[in-house]
Design a protein around this ligand. Structure first.
Ligand SMILES: [Zn+2]
Length: 98
């Protein structure tokens, strides 16, 4: 069974609005990579986007860690609570004194 023959497609870049050709070889490349969707950007905008992303990754490296809630912060709380409840209890021996 053979795959349907691919043809060059003319797409419109979502970023700059220019027409660009989604070539057969590019489509094959997409298929190999498992991409189902067609590219939304022309090659120029795509490479530009890639550059931007790379820069964002560099700049935002510390961010993902900050966005996650601090894992070690809540652990300190329960211990303090236990200490509080223990302190409010009166001496157990007082009741038995009757
Ligand atoms: Zn473009």
């Amino acid at each position: 069974m053979e795959l349907a023959p691919l043809q060059d497609k003319v797409l419109i870049c979502a970023q700059c609005g220019e027409e660009f050709v989604f070539t057969v070889s590019a489509q094959q490349y997409f298929l190999e990579k498992g991409f189902v969707e067609e590219p939304r950007r022309c090659k120029h905008c795509y490479t530009q986007l890639k550059k931007d992303k790379r820069q964002q990754d560099k700049n935002g490296r510390g961010r993902p860690l900050r966005e996650q809630p601090a894992v070690d912060a809540p652990e300190a709380a329960p211990d303090e609570g236990q200490l509080d409840s223990g302190a409010t209890e009166p001496e157990p021996s007082a009741e038995q004194g009757q």
